[in-house]
Design a binder for this molecule. Structure first.
Ligand code: AP5
Ligand code: MG
Length: 191
């Protein structure tokens, strides 16, 4: 299976590039942000719990997030070509949990696609999207807080995956198709 982690700061293009990867490789997509927003929309207990974290730009606690991911992954079954993990892992604890979940299934992370975008561009994209997205976390104030959390808790994972020999650094600014052509090269090299 092709197990791709798409990694990057808020607004770096993880969702945008995931769509292209799905189209090209026929893999399934797990966006933990989308999963949580769907639960909020449905008004489930999980949604009620998640909303205060998401709206403030804070992370859902690891233990809960790991359980959610495991159940979404299990629901996919075995008859899939692979998975793009979008927005997970976000902490070292989540990265270890993902390794364990995959190895229990006889699988491993194939590659980590790291989208590199500077903070000013990220804030600009998020504020722009906030005009139409309806996401309570798409405003300059919360975006800055999301970025702080990214830098303190998520960015250290880059080193973790570099050390594992799995990190592909992709410039994430400019033409979307051109960015994807770099991603495709990196994936084809491990396929
Ligand atoms: P999540 O939904 O994952 O949000 P995020 O990581 O903050 O990232 P975004 O979805 O905002 O951006 P993206 O990288 O997907 O970029 P996109 O393609 O949309 O998480 C939301 C929240 O859920 C978290 O804050 C947390 O509370 C919680 N959560 C989720 N996972 C969790 C976990 N594992 N643990 C704990 N909590 C968790 O692009 C952004 C914009 O830019 C779009 O408008 C797009 O059109 C535009 N764009 C894309 N590419 C380009 C380009 N090349 N040039 C110009 N514009 C571009
Ligand atoms: Mg996204």
């Amino acid at each position: 299976m092709l197990n791709i982690v798409i990694f990057g700061a808020p607004g770096s293009g993880k969702g945008t590039q995931s769509e292209k990867i799905i189209e090209e490789y026929g893999v399934d997509h797990i966006s933990t942000g989308d999963v949580l927003r769907e639960e909020i929309k449905k008004g489930t207990e999980l949604g009620k719990l998640a909303v205060s974290y998401i709206d403030e730009g804070n992370f859902i606690p690891d233990s809960l997030m790991i359980k959610i991911l495991a159940s979404v992954l299990d629901a996919k079954g075995k008859d899939i070509k692979g998975v793009i993990f979008d927005g997970f892992p976000r902490t070292i604890q989540q990265a270890y949990a993902l390794d364990k979940m995959l190895s229990d299934r006889g699988e491993s992370v194939s590659i980590v696609i790291g989208l590199e975008v500077d903070d000013d561009e990220l804030i600009h994209r998020i504020v722009l999207r906030g005009r139409t997205s309806g996401r309570a976390d798409d405003n300059a104030h919360t975006a800055k807080h999301r970025l702080e959390n990214y830098h303190s808790q998520t960015q250290p994972l880059k080193k973790f995956y570099i050390n594992a020999g799995k990190y592909a650094s992709i410039p994430g600014v400019g033409d979307i198709d051109e960015i994807f052509s770099h991603i495709k090269k990196a994936i084809d090299a491990v396929k």
